[in-house]
Design a protein around this ligand. Structure first.
Ligand SMILES: [Zn+2]
Length: 285
């Protein structure tokens, strides 16, 4: 029986976790495909994938600590290591443009759909409701404010807060567990720094990231999540990501479901106006 080379051992002191060989092989394949898309030399591809696999060994995977986004985290880590390697070699010019960066894999897109639904389902009802009306049913601010009996200014502020809450919850769900208390404390502050350039925790988080490669990977993962959350909030995206019965499940899809029944077609699209601009942040009182 041939056994693939197992990743090198975890840091001294930590008990060696049992390696699930199936998962190990799957991750190795995924990582190799991603690293090759950066056009690295085969030896570098192997190094990068090995490094990412070793980092995965340090993510607790049992019980409550099991990361729900294990594979996405691995993909993000491989990409991050590839970018890092090209930078270290002074080959920045070979980095793909942001919009040409090896994109989401199929399983990441699937993951995003599931996550968007989970985040929406867990939001407070009023915040979810205004996101659904605006982003999924495609209603205008004046329609929504009329329905809610509030000023369009108040409606705009409400939508702004709901979008921010969505983004925050989406990114926060990408914080992986760690057995290290110091890392856990820093990760608790990391969402804030990933979402805001003026976060008061910026220095603490940056200093820790410099000396902790696991938290550096974690931070790269949060930045990936931030982009995914932003793309989910782009015009039309939330409607596409939640298409297929999700709203009925939540019991909040009355309008869309009724419209579909009325015309006897499942292909009714929410009324979407791509040219609309998003409301600006409310002025401070
Ligand atoms: Zn750390």
């Amino acid at each position: 029986m041939s056994t693939p080379p197992a990743p090198s051992s975890p840091p001294s002191g930590a008990p060696a976790p049992a390696v699930d060989l199936d998962r190990y092989r799957t991750l190795r394949r995924r990582g190799t495909a991603i690293a090759r898309s950066f056009r690295l030399a085969e030896a570098d591809v192997e190094d990068v994938v090995q490094d990412a696999l070793v980092r995965m060994l340090r993510v607790p995977t049992d019980g409550d600590g099991a990361p729900r986004r294990y594979e996405s985290y691995f993909d993000s880590t491989v990409r991050h290591l590839c970018i890092d390697l090209l930078r270290k070699r002074g080959r920045e010019t070979e980095l793909p443009e942001p919009d040409e960066m090896p994109g989401q894999s199929r399983s990441e897109r699937h993951e995003q759909r599931i996550l968007v639904r989970q985040v929406l389902a867990a939001m407070p009802a009023s915040a979810r409701s205004i996101l659904v009306k605006s982003h999924i049913e495609g209603r205008s601010l004046s329609e929504i404010s009329g329905e809610l009996g509030i000023s369009s200014n108040a409606c705009s502020a409400m939508l702004y807060r709901a979008r921010r809450a969505f983004r925050d919850r989406y990114v926060r769900s990408h914080v992986l567990p760690t057995d290290d208390e110091r890392c856990a404390a820093v990760r608790a502050l990391m969402v804030d720094t990933a979402l805001s350039t003026s976060s008061e925790h910026e220095v603490v988080v940056r200093n820790h990231r410099r000396s902790c490669e696991d938290c550096e990977s974690q931070y790269a993962f949060l930045l990936t999540a931030r982009s995914a959350a932003a793309s989910a909030l782009a015009p039309g995206a939330l409607a596409a990501l939640t298409a297929g019965g999700f709203l009925a499940f939540l019991g909040i899809g009355g309008v869309v479901a009724t419209a579909r029944r009325r015309v006897g077609s499942s292909r009714v699209r929410p009324r979407w106006r791509p040219s609309r601009s998003w409301p600006s942040p409310p002025r401070s009182p």
